[in-house]
Design a protein around this ligand. Structure first.
Ligand code: PHE
Length: 347
């Protein structure tokens, strides 16, 4: 092998072994740079005779072309590899399914609230709202609960580590009844001196809290309070309101209603309300759905009204219970676990 063939072979090997463009440019300098091996060969031509110059020059040029061809081929190969790597790194799988915007749904409990508001709205009831952290007075005293009533105990009621102006601990309202008192007081103040006073007809749905937890009780649950106060409102009105409500809510006329004598400090007489379906999986079973009664004179007085003139009834219903019955759910904890597999069934 002559010296030029050797040179070309060395250059090809050097280039092939250059792992990156910068290495390749260094390798190039070894052959084509100012004092590179080919450049030295060309410089050496000066010392030759014109005849030799011609033939040797042609050989050197051919070698130079081979070196340049090898250099360009390697440059291209490195650039291609770089592009390949980049494409791989930034690859986009266009066959993957796109990210969809999820379609939400109204939570079953919220759905029940909306239905209840619509049904009572059609019977002329307003919707009231009120605080979830309550004073002792609104949760208990105003509702005629004696000082030593068990509902006031720590076993039943959650207390907040904070006191009101009277020095009593604040509580997480254990029922929606405080809203009944707040609304009635505001109503009485607004219409003070107006005779006859417009009737109070209101429902107050919302979150409630009690120290209780199993398949049918959650420490946070929902109730809906109802209140109808006028000068001529009686228990039969309560019965017809309840009958209309439950038949509309459950979309069936085949439903029986039962008032069972009971006790609540804030009503007298008081009754638990049971319903029974005439068909379906729960056919014939009495199901407790709420409490009710004629508002106790002491409570009417706490509204700022005269119990000799203003009379009426109040009721409270468990919304979670109603939702479970309506959708056939047997563990209420599913409503509050936030598991979409459960919740999306109600979309
Ligand atoms: N507040 C009662 C409860 O939580 C329900 C009720 C409301 C009963 C109004 C009678 C009248 O159990």
């Amino acid at each position: 092998m002559n010296d030029l063939d050797q040179l070309v072979q060395d250059a090809q090997a050097d280039f092939a072994q250059s792992p990156a463009p910068a290495d390749l440019e260094n390798a190039k300098a070894k052959y084509l740079g100012k004092s590179g091996r080919l450049t030295e060969q060309l410089k050496a031509l000066g010392a030759l005779s014109p005849e030799e110059k011609k033939s040797r020059g042609a050989l050197i040029n051919a070698a130079k072309q081979q070196v340049e061809a090898a250099l360009n081929a390697r440059r291209q190969a490195l650039a291609d590899a770089e592009l390949d790597a980049q494409l791989k790194a930034e690859s986009l799988d266009v066959s993957l399914p796109g990210r969809q915007r999820g379609t939400g749904g109204v939570h079953p409990i919220s759905r029940t609230m909306e239905r209840i508001e619509a049904i009572f709205g059609s019977m002329g009831f307003d919707v009231a709202d009120g605080p979830e952290i309550e004073t002792d007075w609104y949760s208990f005293t105003a509702l005629n609960n004696p000082e030593n009533h068990p509902a006031r105990s720590m076993q039943d009621t959650f207390y907040v580590d904070m006191k009101d102006e009277s020095g009593a601990w604040l509580n997480l309202r254990p029922h929606t009844s405080p809203m009944q008192v707040r609304h009635a007081r505001a109503h009485a103040a607004k219409y003070a001196g107006v005779t006859p006073m417009p009737e109070i007809r209101v429902i107050a749905p919302g979150r409630t809290f009690r120290v209780d937890s199993d398949a049918t009780h959650s420490p946070m649950f929902h109730q809906c309070e109802g209140l109808w106060i006028g000068e001529n409102v009686s228990f039969k009105d309560l019965k017809s309101v309840f009958a209309d409500f439950f038949r509309t809510f459950f979309e069936t006329d085949d439903l029986q209603l039962r008032f069972r004598p009971s006790f609540f400090p804030f009503t007298e007489p008081s009754a638990e309300v049971d319903i029974a379906f005439a068909s379906g999986p729960l056919k014939g079973r009495w199901l407790e759905v709420g409490g009710s009664g004629q508002v106790h004179p002491n409570v009417v007085r706490n509204y700022g009204l005269d119990p000799e003139r203003h009379i009426g009834f109040a009721f409270g219903m468990g919304l979670d219970r109603l939702t479970m019955l309506r959708y056939g759910v047997n563990d209420l904890r599913g409503f509050f676990d936030g598991d979409l597999r459960f919740l999306s069934q109600f979309k």
